[in-house]
Design a protein around this ligand. Sequence first.
Ligand SMILES: NC(=O)c1ccc[n+]([C@@H]2O[C@H](COP(=O)([O-])OP(=O)(O)OC[C@H]3O[C@@H](n4cnc5c(N)ncnc54)[C@H](OP(=O)(O)O)[C@@H]3O)[C@@H](O)[C@H]2O)c1
Length: 346
Amino acid sequence: MSLTSLVNHQIRLASRPVGLPNDSNWSHTTEGVTEPAEGGVLVKTLALSLDPAMRGWMNEGKSYIPPVGIGEVMRAGGVGKVIASKNPKFAVGDHVSAGLGVQEYMLIPEGEIKRSGLVKIDLRAGTLTQWLNVLGMPGMTGYFGLMDVGMPQVGETVVVSGAAGAVGQTVGQMAKIKGCRVVGIAGGAAKCDWVVKELGFDACIDYKAGPGAVRDGLKAHCPKGVDVYFDNVGGEILDTVLARINRKARIIICGAISQYNNTTPVQGPKNYLSLLVNRARMEGIVVFDYADRYHLAVAEMAGYLKDGRMKSKEDVVTGLNTFPDTLLKLFKGENFGKLVLQVAAD
Ligand SMILES: NC(=O)c1ccc[n+]([C@@H]2O[C@H](COP(=O)([O-])OP(=O)(O)OC[C@H]3O[C@@H](n4cnc5c(N)ncnc54)[C@H](OP(=O)(O)O)[C@@H]3O)[C@@H](O)[C@H]2O)c1
């Protein structure tokens, strides 16, 4: 089939949501596909990473990355296959990862290659979906947030929220490998069972189990207090953990998913004076700051995947057109593992 006969289905941001996104925030469009010019590459999207951060990119306003413009193809990281190349570094058939957007094909001109993050991926190190999870952006977030900011020491207690999610599963497993006691916080018995029985966490607190569940769980499972808290959710859970930190604790502010769809101001930590009393530190991270060291984390964690010390769970939903509904799974706690949208078969 000639490239020019291909049709590129795309999903674009039509308007900015208030609260949870809905169908009116999206438009479905089609475009033709064109051959790359000299130095460019044409990639067929195989799978996309659906991330909580997408909700932030839909908002107007300053952040660590500009918002997606109205009418633009929605930003998304993904993995795909090169189907045409005029660049000697990429051959037809190569598997790659890049900011592909919520669309079936992405034409990357030479001048955009660096900005798109286009890199080859090696399927001997991990499967396509693992390259969106432990070996991809969430895995890099968990790895560098924990290791560089959390600096876990053998025997310390590490608590991680969003424990059964993409970032959380890497954090907890890395902390176990580094010799820590690891306590997860997740929504529901099934997720808690999984992180303990399958991933080897020491305990997991079901924050949906009832009022006081997190406070009581921390008391029971962190008898020596909390040395490192990796926060994926913010809100009340952050406050509850702050009440149990140790002297010189490190709190990694990775995300605050409980606040992303707020229509009222973000709930900040009420217990922040616990940082003062405990001479503790709270520090935000943005994964892209570690891009020049991703290869080191990938090599280390690919080794753990191979020798069985790490597992990687993805929740795969099929079909580009399901994107608007599938994205919402993240905010309803309906994803179990890294949420991936499969767009085409390899
Ligand atoms: N700073 C960075 O560079 C960076 C990079 C990647 C991700 N992040 C952040 O890391 C966090 C986790 O991302 P992820 O990709 O790994 O997502 P994820 O954990 O795979 O999925 C989101 C999970 O959040 C939980 N959740 C949703 N609403 C919640 C609420 N109101 N209270 C508590 N938990 C809630 C749900 O799990 P339960 O069923 O357990 O509730 C849901 O499954 C997000 O905050 C994200 O923005 C930051």
